[in-house]
Design a protein around this ligand. Structure first.
Ligand code: ATP
Ligand code: MG
Length: 435
C-alpha cells in the first residue's frame, strides 16, 4: 500500500507482538514517559511509545528521547497535564515538562495530508489513525509502536522483521517517499550507519536516485541534518557509508575530488574517517567538540591536499600565508552546505592556526596576540584532533615585551571637539534657509 495515500484505502491490520515475544522492558523506559503513557491510557486514550525510542529499546540501546503518540487531540492532552504546553504551527503537539528540563513530546497520530499531491515536501499535518501515523514515517524500524495497554509492539510496516534482519527499509515505496522528502535519504543513511544495518535494495536504489534532490529542501534543514550526522556519535561510520552511497558528494560535491576518486583519495578518506572516530569518542565521553572544530576536521585532509606545493616560510610569515590560504579555500570547499556563518568563521580561524602542522620551521612560540584570541581554545581543540599541541606553543601566556622592556604607552585623550562646538543658533538657521 502506498503510505501517502493510505487513508483512502482499507486500514492495514498490524502485527501485534505480545510482551513475551519481545525484549522491550518498562525498566528501560524513562519513568516520566511512563507517567505520560499511563495517564493517557487511564483516560481512555491510545498511548504508544513511538519512533526512535522503540527502535533503540528493542536494540538494547539507550534512546535519546522518548516520544509518545496518541489518539487524544492536543487540547485534550494539554488538559491532562498541568505541566504542559502546545507548540507548533504546522502540526500542533504537546510538550510535557518534568524536573531537570526534561520534555516528553506527545503527538496526536497524523497522516499525510494530500494523497494526490505530488508536491515535494508537501505539508503533511492532519490528524489520523495509528495506522496512518505509522505509514507516514520514514523507515520501518522507526515506525514501531509500543502499546502501554498490554506492553505489546504494534507493527504496521514489518519493522520488527527488518529490525531482526538488520535492514533499513523505507516505509512504502522508497522512490516516492524519498522524492516527497529528500531528507529521508539522509535519515536512511544515518540509521544504517549508526547501527550497522544494511539498506535494502529498493531503499538503496532510492538513495542513489534521490540524493541529488537535496537542493529542493531548505538549506537550513540539510545543514542541521549534516550536523546531526557529524555530532551524533557515529560520524566515522556515517562518513564511510555516505562515501559509498555517494551521498557525501551530493551534499558536498567539492569533496569528491579529495575523498571520492583519484590518486590518494582513499588515504585522505581514511584520514578523515580517523578524525571522525575521534569526534565520536568525544561524543561518547559526553564532551563533544564544538561544531566549528568538527567542520574544520571534516575538510582538513582536503584542505591540506589542496595546499600541496604552497610554500610556507618559517614562523610568522608562514602562518600569514597559511591563514590567507585557509580564508580563500575553506569557505569554497564548504560552500555547498550553508553552514552557520559563525561556525564557518570559527572553522577558518581555527584552521588558520594549524600552520605549524605544515611548516618545516614553525618556530616554537606563538605570540600573545594570538594566544589571547577568543578562538584560541577552539584552535587548541582542533590541534588535539589533528595531533598538534598548540598549548605547548603558547609561550606560557606571556608576550615578549618590546626591546628595552618599554612600558605600554598611555593613550593621550584628544579633547572632545564636538562638545566644545556650539550648536548653530536657530534664528541663524532660519535666516540661512530663507536667503
Ligand atoms: P534519533 O535517535 O536520532 O533521535 P529518531 O528516529 O528518533 O532518531 P527523530 O528525528 O527524533 O529521529 O524523529 C522521530 C521520528 O519521527 C522518527 O523515528 C520517524 O518515525 C519520524 N520522522 C522523522 N523525520 C521524518 C521524515 N523526514 N519523514 C518521515 N518520518 C520522519
Ligand atoms: Mg529522536
Amino acid at each position: 500500500m502506498h503510505p501517502e495515500t493510505s487513508h483512502q484505502q482499507q486500514p492495514p491490520v498490524p502485527r501485534i507482538i505480545p510482551r513475551r515475544e519481545h525484549n522491550l522492558s518498562r525498566k528501560n523506559i524513562d519513568p516520566d514517559a511512563l507517567k505520560v503513557l499511563y495517564r493517557l491510557h487511564r483516560h481512555g486514550f491510545k498511548a504508544y511509545l513511538v519512533g526512535g525510542s522503540v527502535r533503540d529499546l528493542l536494540l538494547g540501546r539507550r534512546p535519546k528521547d522518548f516520544d509518545v503518540g496518541t489518539d487524544a487531540r492536543p487540547n485534550q492532552v494539554y488538559k491532562l497535564f498541568r505541566n504542559s504546553r502546545i507548540i507548533g504551527r504546522r502540526f500542533r503537539l504537546v510538550q510535557v515538562f518534568f524536573r531537570g528540563g526534561k520534555i516528553i513530546e506527545v503527538s496526536t497520530f497524523r497522516r499525510a495530508a494530500d494523497p494526490d499531491s505530488d508536491e515535494v515536501l508537501g505539508s503533511n499535518n492532519t490528524f489520523g489513525t495509528a495506522a496512518e501515523d505509522a505509514m507516514r514515517r520514514d523507515l520501518t524500524i522507526n515506525a514501531l509502536f509500543y502499546d502501554i495497554a498490554d506492553f505489546s509492539i504494534v507493527d504496521y510496516v514489518g519493522g520488527m522483521e527488518d529490525l531482526q534482519n538488520q535492514l533499513v527499509r523505507a516505509v512504502g515505496d522508497a522512490d516516492v517517499r524519498f522524492h516527497r522528502d529528500p531528507v529521508r535519504v539522509l535519515r536512511a543513511v544515518r540509521h544504517a550507519a549508526r547501527i550497522g544495518f544494511t539498506l535494502t535494495r529498493d531503499t538503496r536504489a532510492a538513495v542513489n536516485e534521490h540524493r541529488r534532490e537535496f537542493s529542493l529542501c531548505p538549506t537550513s534543514r540539510i545543514r542541521d541534518e549534516l550536523m546531526r550526522d557529524l555530532q551524533g556519535g557515529s560520524a566515522a561510520s556515517w562518513l564511510d557509508l555516505a562515501h559509498r552511497t555517494k551521498v557525501l558528494y551530493s551534499l558536498l560535491p567539492t569533496l569528491e575530488d579529495y575523498y571520492g576518486r583519484g590518486p590518494g583519495a582513499a588515504k585522505r578518506r581514511g584520514q578523515v574517517i580517523e578524525l571522525m572516530a575521534k569526534v565520536d569518542q568525544a561524543v561518547a565521553q559526553g564532551q563533544p567538540y564544538p561544531d566549528a572544530v568538527v567542520v574544520a576536521a571534516l575538510f582538513w585532509p582536503a584542505l591540506v591536499h589542496k595546499a600541496k606545493g604552497l610554500e610556507l616560510p618559517p614562523g610568522r610569515a608562514g602562518r600569514v600565508t597559511w591563514g590567507g590560504f585557509v580564508r580563500e579555500n575553506l569557505p569554497a570547499l564548504a560552500r555547498p552546505v550553508a553552514f552557520a556563518k559563525r561556525v564557518m568563521e570559527r572553522a577558518c580561524q581555527t584552521s588558520a592556526l594549524m600552520a605549524p602542522m605544515l611548516q618545516e620551521s614553525p618556530g616554537d612560540r606563538l605570540p600573545k596576540k594570538i594566544t589571547d584570541k577568543g578562538y584560541f581554545p577552539d584552535a587548541c581543540l582542533l590541534g588535539d584532533l589533528l595531533g598538534l599541541n598548540l598549548r605547548a606553543m603558547a609561550g606560557h601566556g606571556q608576550a615578549k615585551t618590546k626591546p628595552g622592556g618599554a612600558k605600554r604607552r598611555r593613550r593621550r585623550r584628544r579633547p572632545n571637539r564636538r562638545r566644545r562646538r556650539r550648536p548653530p543658533a536657530k534664528s541663524n538657521q532660519a535666516n540661512s534657509t530663507a536667503s
